[in-house]
Design a protein around this ligand. Structure first.
Ligand SMILES: Nc1ncnc2c1ncn2[C@@H]1O[C@H](COP(=O)(O)OS(=O)(=O)O)[C@@H](OP(=O)(O)O)[C@H]1O
Ligand SMILES: Nc1ncnc2c1ncn2[C@@H]1O[C@H](COP(=O)(O)OP(=O)(O)O)[C@@H](O)[C@H]1O
Length: 409
């Protein structure tokens, strides 16, 4: 049964929730209170003295109405109800309490391999010694694992710690290793998000124990060599006042890239987006933020598999631009913020669409730069002022650093 209050935890918290529900974080049965989390940080124990290596917490905004005694349905981003949390405390932004599983649909890559610790222990049998190998990347030396297992007369359990973009690759590596290891080697997928190295190792030990391990080997850390810039996803995000030249330069850049032909280009113009993706949104702060998040979402999807996206909205708020940068970097792509810093006076002099005149006459309320804020970026990767220079020159001020940085060939 779902509860009256609702919340959608973030990706890390959802991963922890899955582990709490499966028993992989035993003896924990819920999210920690602030007191427990601080005690773990300071002493490596819960407040009652039980040893525990890592805070497992859930953040809830202060304006969320749930209070101690209330029940909150926890949902995944697609809306599936995963669990109910019974609130025992709220402090320092954390909500604490035990969680109970709901009948959530199982999906996602390798969902069939997400065996619970109880199921794995049952399959292995209580008497047997088990060598668990936790892995975040491909295993190097399988001979060493085989030799250790023989010495311990143990069966082998591979625990790929699948989290985030690289998750499926770790599981594939585990399945490949299983085929080369002795018969009877088991694989169980554990969605354990990484922590700082020492804590990560201790937490892996605890998870391995929950899975019945009598011995634990931590597999090598993955060596992540990012691809060369010209193969990585890239989002070029123009921001600036209306009339500063964002669309003109962005279109020129798009055309120059298409002429070179070395990359696919997705172009998200501010005006075009407003007619389709964000049709119906106003220019209130909330709607502008939503508009920018939508643009960021589409751009990040285009960049996820190595595409190049160009966006050219006003994007007046620094925090929202930072959110988009984080969304793009979270999919392993690069983000370049281009501030088209043409001063207001010049934008107003151009007044291509007559909007500044209307804004000054009070006919358009909340017009950026006139009667609505524009927060100047202090994190721009490039700045161009298009006053008194040709469009071609302005386009080159963006294109040249892209070539120099290796993003464009
Ligand atoms: N109140 C108000 N403030 C600013 N701009 C306004 C407003 N009302 C309409 N317009 C027109 O909408 C274009 C900006 O849309 P954006 O989607 O880029 O804006 S935002 O990023 O959501 O703030 C902008 O186009 P550009 O000139 O291409 O920037 C304006 O033509
Ligand atoms: N060097 C330049 N770069 C870009 N635009 C320029 C430049 N010089 C003059 N302009 C003019 O400035 C206006 C910019 O309008 P636009 O690109 O629609 O701005 P925005 O998308 O920022 O609202 C256009 O009329 C364009 O021709």
């Amino acid at each position: 049964m779902t509860a009256p209050f609702e919340w959608t935890p973030d990706a890390r918290e959802l991963a922890d929730l899955e582990l709490l529900l499966s028993g992989a974080l035993s003896p924990l049965t819920g999210f920690l209170s602030s007191a427990d989390a601080h005690s773990v940080d300071e002493h490596g124990t819960l407040a009652d003295g039980t040893p525990w290596p890592a805070p497992v917490t859930l953040t809830l905004p202060d304006d969320h109405p749930a209070a101690p005694g209330d029940r909150i349905t926890l949902r995944d981003p697609e809306g599936a109800a995963l669990a109910v949390l019974t609130v025992t405390g709220r402090e320092d932004g954390f909500v604490a309490g035990p969680v109970e599983a709901l009948d959530a649909p199982e999906h996602g890559p390798f969902a069939r391999l997400r065996h619970t610790p109880a199921r794995v222990r049952e399959e292995v049998g209580e008497q047997e010694a088990v060598l668990a190998v936790t892995m975040r990347g491909p295993l190097g030396d399988l001979d060493e694992i085989v030799a250790t297992a023989q010495e311990l007369k143990a069966s082998i359990l591979l625990l790929p710690l699948a989290y985030g973009e690289g998750g499926p690759a770790v599981v594939r590596a585990a399945l490949k290793a299983r085929d080369a290891l002795p018969e009877g080697t088991l694989v169980a997928v554990v969605p354990l998000a990484p922590r700082e190295p020492a804590i990560d190792l201790e937490l892996r030990e605890r998870v391995a124990e929950a899975y019945g391990a009598t011995e634990h080997l931590a597999g090598p850390e993955p060596v992540t060599i990012p691809g060369p810039p010209h193969r990585r996803g890239l989002v070029i995000f123009f921001t600036g006042l209306s009339g500063s030249g964002k669309s003109t330069v962005a279109r020129g850049l798009r055309d120059a890239l298409l002429e070179r032909g070395s990359r696919t280009v997705t172009y998200l113009d501010g005006d075009v987006v407003r007619h389709l993706l964000s049709a119906g949104l106003t220019f209130s702060k909330e709607d502008r933020d939503l508009n920018i998040r939508r643009i960021g979402f589409v751009a990040a999807e285009a960049a996820r598999h190595g595409g190049l996206a160009i966006c050219a909205p006003i994007a007046p708020y620094a925090a929202t631009r930072e959110e988009v940068r984080a969304m793009v970097e979270a999919v392993g792509a690069d983000f370049l913020l281009v501030h088209v810093s043409t001063p207001l006076a010049e934008c107003e002099r151009r007044d291509r669409k007559g909007l500044y005149a209307k804004a000054r006459a009070g006919l358009i309320p909340g017009f950026t730069g006139v009667s609505d804020p524009y927060e100047e970026p202090d994190d721009a990767d490039l700045e161009i002022d298009t006053t008194g220079i040709s469009v071609d020159r302005a386009v080159h001020q963006v294109l040249d650093p892209l070539i120099q940085g290796g993003w464009i060939r």
